[in-house]
Design a protein around this ligand. Structure first.
Ligand code: NAD
Length: 495
């Protein structure tokens, strides 16, 4: 049974120039929930004309928004955070219903969304610009200016939070925006218009065009007046967007897929490591870019760790997303569910299934999967190499530190890594050797908003987070000023 939250919109419309509008050609697409897998609403299906209107609105709003003081923009961002919090409960219910995230976890994501706006308001007010002095001769200073109309393209996992992660720094930097939310989860984005209106964001500063990636998303990427694309999504789409962006030499930021290793040494705090592994791969339904989906365990601990991990996975409470006791909800969409189930079938042939692997008996409808653990997974296995993006984890043993590092680095991805050991020197050594943008030692994914976020290899290009986000949404211009006489070689001055 899916419990529909109150106040579901009968249609989800674009928001352009401060108005809710239908697609120029009137088309819509179906929006389903992941428990009943039935259509509960329609969303406007954006195409080139809609993106054109949105970009024009963003261009018209740019001179005003980019020229107000950082302090004034920060005030608006604080009001956005307040408006998000005021809708915290509805927002979480919408998100949970549309995406299948357990309601308790959706509430956590809603809180983080509000924090993103507060944080970037603080950053922009505190921000200084660099200055350089070369003795008495020259003084140089940096002037930062917003890049212009920012194109933001976001995925369906934790959609509202990830939208806020891009909206907040782009707004703080003085950019105006066209956002294209993921087509499987447009519901929570339907709350942005009232949030922005309540916070006093001028019309046209943020524009939202819903639609299919290959249509609305592609039109945004192809638009010549959108100089910057911030993308979070799959590696294949990221690659395609970089190629398309080359035509107009756009600045791009790519937050892509992952297959992050958790390396557990025999001297680790076993209970803490176990809690972290279970939470790290099964929270957010395993639909998490930084999920620790490959667990590498030192051989002397391997059998015990695997057995206990399997026991815990079997006991994880899978249930309706709206139930506050649910730990793993429903996977976002039937297409994704089929894909994850297909990986489970592949895993059965490649490795030893020790937990899960099927729909829980008590849940006869909906995209549910019991958390699944595969042991003895070889490095060539597809379930070791490919991102599954569901509640499925691959476990493998290692014999020594060198092998642990080799296995940790043995995929195309490099987003996050987690290391468990009580030998701190070793913790640092491995943190430095592992090929990833982010590493946690003796911790699951706890983020400080000031820190760089992003991946290496096929997990991404560029960094967002903290000052890195402001760098991305602004251009730095250097102004050099002579303070004294400039000694210029006097070409053509010889008699
Ligand atoms: P996806 O690549 O299918 O879609 C992401 C977004 O891109 C959607 O809005 C989609 O409509 C749009 N899109 C698709 N084709 C496009 C095109 N040709 N032009 C422009 N836009 C296009 O990804 P997904 O399935 O929605 O998300 C899951 C993926 O996102 C996983 O791989 C996950 O690891 C990754 N992800 C990464 C991070 C990170 O920070 N590194 C965070 C969350 C998710």
């Amino acid at each position: 049974m899916s419990t529909a939250p109150e106040g579901l919109p009968s249609t989800i419309r674009h928001w352009i120039g401060g108005e809710l509008v239908d697609a120029a050609d009137g088309r819509t697409f179906d929006v389903t929930d992941p428990v009943s897998n039935t259509v509960y609403t329609q969303a406007s299906r954006g195409a080139r004309d809609d993106v054109q209107r949105a970009v024009e609105a963003a261009q018209a709003a740019f001179p005003g928004w980019s020229s107000i003081s950082n302090r004034e923009r920060a005030r608006v961002l604080y009001r956005i955070a307040d408006a998000v919090e005021a809708r915290h409960d509805r927002l979480a219910r919408f998100e949970s219903y549309d995406s299948g995230l357990p309601i308790t976890q959706a509430k956590g994501q809603a809180r983080r969304a509000a924090e993103n706006f507060r944080y970037f308001a603080d950053v922009i007010v505190a921000l200084g610009e660099e200055a350089f002095r070369q003795g008495e001769e020259q003084f140089s200073y940096v002037v930062r200016t917003p890049v212009g109309v920012a194109g933001l393209i976001t995925p369906w996992n934790t959609p509202f939070m990830l939208e806020s992660w891009k909206l907040a720094p782009a707004l703080a930097s003085g950019c105006t925006i066209v956002l294209k939310p993921a087509e499987w989860t447009p519901l929570s984005a339907s709350l942005w218009p009232e949030i922005f209106a309540e916070a006093g964001v001028p019309a046209g500063v943020v524009n939202i065009v819903h639609g299919i990636g290959e249509e609305a998303g592609q039109a945004l990427v192809d638009h010549p007046d959108v100089p910057l694309i911030s993308f979070t999504g799959s590696t294949d789409t990221g690659r395609h967007i970089i190629r398309s962006s080359a035509e107009h030499l756009k600045t791009t930021s790519m937050e892509l897929g992952g297959k992050s290793p958790v390396v557990v040494f025999a001297d680790a705090d076993l209970e803490a490591a176990l809690d972290s592994v279970v939470f790290g791969v099964f929270s957010l339904n395993g639909e998490r870019c930084t999920a620790g989906s490959r667990v590498l365990v030192e051989r002397s601990l391997y059998e015990e760790f695997t057995r206990r991990l399997a026991e815990r996975a079997e006991r994880v409470k899978v249930g309706p997303p709206s139930d506050p006791t649910t730990e793993v909800g429903a996977l976002v969409h039937t297409e994704h569910y089929e894909r994850v189930l297909n990986y489970v079938e592949i895993g059965r042939k490649e490795a030893r299934l020790v937990a899960g692997g099927a729909r829980p008996d008590h849940l006869t409808e909906g995209n549910y999967l019991q958390p699944t653990v595969f042991a003895d997974v070889s490095r060539d296995a597809r379930i070791f190499q490919e991102e599954i993006f569901g509640p499925v984890v691959a476990v493998a043993p290692f014999d020594d530190e060198a092998e642990a590092i080799e296995l940790a680095n043995a995929t195309q991805f490099g987003l996050a890594a987690y290391i468990w050991t009580s030998d701190l020197k070793r913790g640092h050594r491995i943190a430095h050797a592992v090929e990833s943008g982010m590493v946690w030692v003796n911790s699951h994914n706890v983020r400080d908003l000031r820190t760089p976020f992003g991946g290496v290899k096929a997990s991404g290009v560029g960094r967002e987070g903290g000052a890195h986000s402001i760098d991305f949404y602004t251009e730095s211009k250097i102004v050099h000023v002579a303070l004294g006489d400039v000694h210029t070689p006097r070409f053509g001055a010889a008699s």
